[in-house]
Design a protein around this ligand. Structure first.
Ligand SMILES: Nc1nc2c(c(=O)[nH]1)N[C@H]1C(S)=C(S)[C@@H](COP(=O)(O)O)O[C@H]1N2
Ligand SMILES: [Mo]
Length: 448
């Protein structure tokens, strides 16, 4: 790994402080002690955008879920997420930009710039492993869930190596005027959202944009960007949820501030659809995930593990903050044990962890959770957790595991009819599975 630049390290130290403040703000507004699903229903009784069903995914969700595919959880064993296994989030159509495309840096600057891919490549490059996650991560773990978006489990993540030039350097060259306060980034993708015709647009404060960690990126894992990930040039905002990392960049406009577009309002922690106190989504929280051990059953995703010593492996992250510990549970979170934690692959990456589990015959629900040095922890399991966009859940991943020696022998049979039937509410009573087990199996698609 190339050593991070002093500028990047200094920005990471600032970002770590801001991340801790952000989490506190979020918890104060929509954390379990501040707000519940019940309270939302009282405030918005005719809300039709949410559902409490975990087996009634709409055709619209399935479609958007197919287009915006998730991370392959088994890739948690790899430090670098291959391009094809990194999640994708694409609001409208993937634009294919012509050769010779250039982006315009304009607005309140001394010198307007036109930047082609060659211009950006010619500048000093930085390569950074960045843990990226969609703000909707864990949406399906919020029981009263927004169905008008991708029904993510914990699987909208990836940690790729991004290469680009420093946005701060480019802005310095353009020279923001004294009244400059906000930078608006526009993508080439156009669509309609919330009744408004728009290009995908997001802003950063000039301060955030100049901190020194934001990249104008053109490579992912050492190869040119593919169209779905923002070719030829995109923003990468390390340590932030993914919505800030605008793809297919066409324009960077420096303004005096006050702009608040659709994608700023949408990506906020809200109590109701119109919430004057909404908290805009920024830095990533702390979180651990495990690569589901053993082998999956095709339909129910039940994991089959042979009895005996089993190394459960995963990764954990906390944006720019360092990790303090990771804990593992083999009894659905009743008791937790300390896992072995390794080092992060850079200031904005993730760290490997493992736990040596003695797998005994029977059914188990495995979980993991992380804590960071800023004192942040994950959410606990709760059906009452609610924020309007179903954003930012960090309820622990649950992995439903059957331990049986039969998995060692190809050709042997293992009956998982009950696990399959448990996917449909009306069949659950026939299965003999407790509601707790059903919830663990199907509470968050994408866990296993
Ligand atoms: N132009 C544009 N940029 C975008 C988006 C988009 O739809 N259009 N989606 C955003 C969201 S919500 C996320 S989570 C990340 C996903 O990046 P990826 O698809 O490369 O993983 O891109 C962000 N940048
Ligand atoms: Mo996202």
């Amino acid at each position: 790994m190339v050593a991070p630049s002093p500028e990047l390290l200094a920005a990471a130290a600032e970002e770590a402080k801001l991340a801790a403040q952000h989490r506190a703000e979020v918890l104060a507004h929509v954390g379990p002690d501040a707000f519940s699903a019940r309270e939302q229903q009282e405030l918005e009784p005719d809300d039709w955008m949410h559902t409490t069903g975990r087996d009634n995914f709409t055709a619209a969700e399935v479609q958007v879920g197919k287009r915006c595919h998730g991370f392959h959880m088994e890739m948690l064993r790899q430090e670098e997420t291959p391009v094809g296994s990194h999640y994708q989030l694409i609001h409208y159509d993937v634009p294919v930009l012509p050769r010779g495309h250039s982006l315009r840096l304009h607005g309140l600057v001394r010198k307007e710039l036109r930047l082609s891919l060659d211009d950006v490549r010619a500048r000093p490059a930085e390569t950074v492993p960045v843990l990226m996650a969609c703000a909707g991560t864990g949406r399906s773990l919020q029981k009263r869930r927004l169905w008008a978006h991708v029904p993510w489990g914990p699987d909208s993540v990836g940690c790729a190596r991004w290469t680009g030039c420093s946005l701060a350097e480019v802005l310095r060259e353009a020279g923001p005027l004294p009244e400059a306060a906000q930078v608006i980034f526009t993508g080439a993708d156009k669509g309609v959202e919330k009744g408004e015709v728009q290009y995908f647009q997001r802003s950063l404060s000039l301060q955030d944009a100049m901190r020194g960690h934001v990249l104008l990126a053109y490579q992912m894992n050492g190869a040119d960007l593919v169209p779905a990930h923002g070719a030829p040039m995109r923003l990468i905002v390390p340590g932030w949820y993914g919505m800030a990392s605008v793809k297919w960049l066409t324009s960077i406009e420096v303004t005096a501030g006050g702009w608040w577009g659709c994608q700023m309002d949408s990506y906020s922690f809200k109590r109701t659809s119109h919430d004057p106190k909404a908290v805009p989504i920024r830095q990533l929280p702390v979180r651990a995930l495990m690569a589901p051990p053993g082998y999956p059953e095709f339909v129910s995703r039940t994991r089959l593990v042979p009895p005996g010593a089993t190394r459960v492996e995963g990764r954990a992250w906390a944006g720019a903050v360092d990790l303090e510990r990771v804990e593992f549970s083999s009894d659905n979170g009743r008791t937790w044990l300390m896992a072995e934690l390794g080092r992060k692959n850079g200031p904005f990456g993730w760290a490997p962890w493992h736990f040596d589990w003695d797998a005994t015959e029977g059914t188990h629900v495995l979980c993991c959770r992380a804590f960071d040095v800023a004192g942040r922890s994950q959410d606990s399991f709760s059906d009452e957790m609610f924020n309007w966009g179903s954003f930012g859940s960090t309820q622990p991943q649950q992995v439903y595991v059957k331990v049986t020696a039969a998995i060692n022998d190809p050709g042997s049979s293992i009956d998982l009819t009950n696990e399959q039937k448990a996917a449909k509410t009306e069949l659950v009573p026939q299965t003999g599975l407790t509601q707790e087990m059903v919830d663990a199996l199907y509470g968050a698609p994408g866990s296993q």
